[in-house]
Ligand binder design. Structure first.
Ligand code: AMP
Ligand code: MG
Length: 380
């Protein structure tokens, strides 16, 4: 075809070809991304062996965990870690978490397992807890961002664990988003960020928790939370009598750099300009509605993050409920999806209610504050 019929020329639809180019060499590095579907009830071992072989050959596979989707590569292969940074567009001083499937795998990658680590592993592994320990020589500096310590987690998600085993036991995996975007909680968003950049995506449906793991540093005199998550300070203190918190977690003005290198970057950001409004419910609603009107007159597309109770009271172009304040787990699960949906709908200005900064609410607020670049207005 491509033939001409009288005055008309019929052109073939061009195939959609996705290409990316190596920053330094200019070489094309596009790959075909295969998507396979598998949930915890329907494990396909043959598919997992294929996924494992990709990792062993130095390739990348995105996979579901209970927290968010991970972007996996061989944690013991420096070239794989470099590829992860490249695929994510992530600064290489931001270390990766090494995922293991069995406790026996821990010994080989750390210098020692302190008693606190044993206790935490017994209480929370497999699960959404990451521990920082001194690394062994087996772990390349490419994986740890040049640090002598390594972050280790054993996820509980069955697909994740079977995949890690098939991949040789050590999978370095940050969240499977392009750097600066909200972490993906469904495979669709992994594909949006990673299609053409990685060899495979394992689509395991919705994740369970929706926020990244709690990170605890066990290489300092007192165990210290570097990133809040589903496992709260209170839960940790039931196992270890004392747990400190990095003072930079909830504040932009502490004057100190966060202790987890990754926490210093503006993460989780939607494309629209996000501001958090805190204060008494009615006053917050009134203030947000005033701002919405002002933005609307300026020609901006507006959005609001509220709750089931309040969402009907807002006059924004796009109103999204994060759920029910009494059930914070649902809010955690919805947050990143909502931030992505505002992007999908090209919302330019977003106002969000604040959430309670205790329990898992602390993790929710920590991520929301980062998404907002710490822009908070308190209504007295
Ligand atoms: P992500 O993989 O996107 O969940 O991010 C991993 C987080 O773990 C980042 O904030 C890192 O800075 C942090 N992290 C990983 N390894 C270490 C380490 N050895 N010491 C301190 N923080 C770490
Ligand atoms: Mg991340």
């Amino acid at each position: 075809m491509g033939d001409s019929f009288g005055d008309f020329a019929i052109f073939k639809q061009p195939a959609i070809i996705r290409l990316s180019y190596h920053k330094r060499t200019g070489k094309c590095v596009s790959v075909d991304t295969k998507v396979i579907r598998m949930d915890e009830q329907h494990i396909d071992r043959e598919m997992l062996l294929e996924a494992g072989d990709i990792i062993k050959a130095g390739g990348l596979v995105a996979f579901p965990t209970e927290t968010v989707y991970g972007l996996g590569g061989d944690a013991l292969n420096p070239a794989s870690s470099r590829k992860i940074y490249e695929a994510k567009g992530r600064p290489s001083d931001n270390p990766l978490i090494v995922h293991i499937a069995d406790l026996e795998a821990l010994d080989a990658i750390v210098r020692e397992v302190p008693p606190e680590a044993e206790k935490l592993a017994e209480a929370f592994w497999p699960g959404p807890l990451t521990m920082i320990l001194h690394k062994s020589d087996l772990v390349p500096y490419e994986t740890t961002g040049g640090l002598d310590t390594v972050a280790v987690r054993m996820p509980v998600h069955k697909v994740a664990r079977e995949f890690i085993r098939a991949a040789g036991g050590y999978v370095a995996a940050p969240s499977a988003n392009r750097s600066g975007r909200p972490s993906p909680t469904v495979a669709k968003y992994v594909a949006e960020d990673m299609d053409g950049r990685i060899e495979m995506i394992i689509d395991g449906g919705d994740v369970e928790i929706g926020l990244e793991s709690t990170i605890v540093d066990l290489t300092v005199p007192e165990p210290m939370i570097l990133r809040p998550g589903y496992i709260t300070k209170k839960m940790l203190e039931e196992v270890l009598s004392r747990v400190e918190e990095d003072c930079t977690l909830m504040r932009a003005d502490s004057g100190q750099a966060p202790k987890a290198p990754g926490m210093k970057y503006r993460h989780y950001a939607p494309k629209g300009d996000l501001t958090i409004i805190s204060g008494a419910e009615e006053a917050v609603i009134e203030y947000i509605n005033e701002q919405l009107e002002r933005q609307r007159l300026a020609g901006k597309k507006t959005g609001v993050i509220g709750t089931d109770k309040t969402i009907g009271k807002y006059h924004a172009d796009v109103c999204k409920s994060a759920g029910n304040r009494e059930k914070e787990n649902t809010i955690a699960k919805e947050l990143y999806r909502i931030l992505r949906e505002f992007d999908d709908e090209s919302v330019e200005v977003i106002y969000s209610e604040a959430f309670d900064a205790s329990g898992i609410g602390q993790a929710i607020m920590n991520r929301l504050l980062k998404a907002a670049g710490h822009k908070v207005i308190e209504i007295k």
